[in-house]
Design a protein around this ligand. Sequence first.
Ligand SMILES: *Cc1c(COP(=O)(O)O)cnc(C)c1O
Length: 431
Amino acid sequence: MSMENGNGSMRRKKWNFLQGNKEVNNNNNGSSAISVRGVYSMMLSNINEEDERDVVRLCRADPTDFPCFRTTQDAPHAIAEAVESFRFNSYAPSGGLFQARRAVADLVSSDFPYKLSPENVFLTVGCTEAINIITTVLARPGANILLPRPGYPQYQARAAFCRLEVRYFDLLPDRGWELDLDSLEALADDNTVAMVLINPSNPCGNVFTYHHLKKVAETAKKLGIFIISDEVYAHLTFGSKPYVAMGAFASIVPIITLGSLSKRWVVPGWRLGWIVTCDPHGILQDIGIVTNIKTYLDITSNPPTFVQAAVPQILEKTKDDFYTKNLNIMKEAAEILYDRCKEIPCLTCPHKPEGTMTAMLKINFSKIEGIVDDVDFCVKLAKEESVVLLPGETVGLKNWIRITYVVDPSALKEGLSRIKSFSLRHAIQLP
Ligand SMILES: *Cc1c(COP(=O)(O)O)cnc(C)c1O
């Protein structure tokens, strides 16, 4: 007798799992609209294959395709040495190799009034994993976290997966993208666990002043929340404002600094990041956050051991001229962007970028027709001009766009000139 007799005698119980998490599927086309990667592949799928011109990718902060942004020679040497020594084929300790943690502690606290120890540093699989770990550790029923708008979508996406409520405070374009501290205060309540600050700021390209950061620290203290400071773009500044590490204010409020090798050393594929607790009063230790981070690190993957082993050499040997050369190209690119934007009637760049690799541009819909919003703008631009931008919606600002201008300057010029043609082609025709 067949078990399957056609009458469904093997009838299945209803799935206990009722429904996918809607928070993370919040768009209509089936792809993930809440990550740069998801939107990037959606945009690439719109490129017209008959267009023989090269695709100009101004969508994500990864300039590794361009020879002018090749990493320092010291970095592959350090990696090769670590691999060839056969000493780093094992699993690494959960927090990371001691010598690498010490090198990161020295790097992060170089300008601090106190010293960080290797125990303050936890190595992660890029800054992305640092975000994932800290968000997961903070999530508990009813808790909320304050995020900047516009911001970096990974925070929101990860929070959605672990059901941590997010609330947004605004960054103000007409104040050089400084925080709206009043709106921040109004958002917080007794269930607010932390706030996130990205400095230098992706996506806005601004650099916060010492004075403003101090005010942010004082506000957080007043609210009883600590600060997660995403400094993946640390030292990547080329305007008049220097980079100030938030950890400098850790005597006011505990700071958890996140960073990685990805941007400054232009090796995003090496997946080496860190979480650093800047907390001279030991508050994060006392409230159990540090133990939670350690426990999490025991159940997750660590960066490859040989990459960790190369960290001290990479950090100590990289010569200043490598950094200076990159900053000079970035500065040149920022000027090209800012100047040429003025020739594109439908776009405004409210603030000349002073750091990072990205800037926000406002779409002026009174100058164009036949385009309904930022996503439509980016899709049509990809189709007609083979230029890929990120719709502002992805970073929380509808009807703006985020542009990554840190590419080879000639590619940037080409991209901007195609955006200009696009803009003129869609310009409102006056009667
Ligand atoms: C690129 C980026 C990250 C991710 O860094 P990885 O080291 O590549 O994982 C995190 N935060 C911000 C603001 C970024 O721009």
